[in-house]
Design a binder for this molecule. Structure first.
Ligand SMILES: [Zn+2]
Length: 371
């Protein structure tokens, strides 16, 4: 997934997903060729869409921050966005507030547009609400009245994200958080994942019959997104009771940041390891992962060039929280501290093995019970 970095707000990286660029590019080019007079209005509508998606995600992020959950970055997609947080909300109430805030922002915009347009008598196609209209009349209204374009974009974004009870959309999260209060997180997730399956199949058929490629794409997005969500929740549940101390690599390879890259690669290869810690001084560590080394990298540069800082975790952190950290940050190794001092490192591989073992144990237990 390649994204274009746009900047940083409140310490949150803002990125534009390539699919957003592709959709905008494709539509603008075809409009410019087929209907050049619609080029500027279409660009305007996309600008409003972009801005609304961005503010929707920013609302989620600000609510996350007020609930004490750090937000790493926002990726903007054409049908919404994703705010990547440091951890997933544990408390159903937090998940409820974070998820509902984005669509509520869109509905607030809808409300403000309607009231300001009517109170200040701003140009607005009120006849759309009272008279029947054709598709081209509707398109015309969007292109002619910027306020109507803002109204429409926000109405669709808010309704689509909130009223489809499917993960990974906001509506699915709101439903899951409400169900979790009664059923617990795992059961609630399983129920909503099942529901998401129905919703995606329904959307798929509606999309095929209506000839809407967008709906088919959304159906696939929900189907795979919900499966992934369930897989992560299941893995977290399975490893919750595992102690990080038991998985700790107490003698990780630690290299100086200033040594040449060639030396670091040689050291890792001779030890049959893929990743190591890099000492940055002052009790700070980065990680260096051979998997992330680009082809044709200059081996004479200092190791520091290809090392990336990794926030350490405490040795008493629960294993499911550590898994979250691996998934959200894309690390392969994390330095582990005990009372402020390095005591080792934990690898994603060790955690994955622990998960597989826990799964096998559970399977064996249930087959013993069946006998
Ligand atoms: Zn949202």
């Amino acid at each position: 997934m390649r994204s274009l970095a746009l900047g940083k707000i409140l310490g949150i990286k803002i990125e534009l997903h390539w699919s957003f660029l592709l959709v905008i590019f494709f539509i603008l080019i075809s409009v410019a060729v087929v209907k050049p007079q619609a080029f500027i209005p279409t660009t305007m509508v996309f600008f409003f869409l972009f801005l609304s998606v961005f503010l929707h995600e920013l609302t989620h992020s600000v609510v996350s921050l007020t609930r004490g959950i750090k937000v790493l970055k926002i990726v903007l997609l054409p049908i919404g966005g994703v705010a990547l947080t440091d951890e997933l909300p544990d408390k159903p109430k937090d998940e409820f507030l974070i998820s509902i805030s984005g669509p509520l922002f869109n509905f607030l915009v809808v409300f403000l547009v309607l009231t300001s347009a009517s109170l200040a008598s701003l140009p607005f196609p009120w006849h759309i609400f009272t008279e029947s209209f054709s598709v081209s009349e509707f398109e015309n209204a969007i292109y002619t009245y910027p306020l109507f374009a803002i109204f429409y974009v926000n109405l669709i974004l808010g309704a689509f994200n909130l009223f489809l009870p499917a993960l990974p959309l906001d509506g699915g999260r709101v439903l899951r958080s409400l169900l979790s209060m009664k059923l617990g997180y795992l059961k609630a997730t399983k129920l909503v994942t099942m529901l998401s399956g129905f919703v995606s199949v329904l959307l798929f058929f509606v999309g095929v019959f209506a000839g809407s490629l967008l709906l088919v794409v959304i159906a696939a997005f929900i189907f795979f997104g919900a499966k992934e969500e369930e897989r992560i929740i299941e893995a977290k549940e399975m490893i919750k009771h595992i102690r990080i101390e038991d998985l700790l690599d107490k003698k990780p390879i630690i290299l100086e940041a200033s040594i040449p890259l060639a030396l670091a690669v040689e050291e890792l290869l001779s030890e049959n390891r893929l990743a190591c810690l890099v000492d940055l001084g002052n009790n700070r560590y980065a990680i260096f992962d051979l998997n992330e080394l680009p082809e044709g990298a200059d081996l004479r540069v200092p190791l520091a060039r290809y090392a990336r800082y990794a926030e350490p975790i405490d040795v008493h952190t629960a294993a499911d929280k550590v898994l979250e950290r691996f998934l959200t940050r894309g690390y392969s190794l994390i330095p582990v501290f005990a009372s402020g001092q390095l005591v080792g490192a934990i690898s994603l591989e060790a955690l994955e093995n622990a998960y597989r073992l826990a799964k096998i144990k559970r399977m064996l237990q249930s087959s013993f019970r069946q006998r």
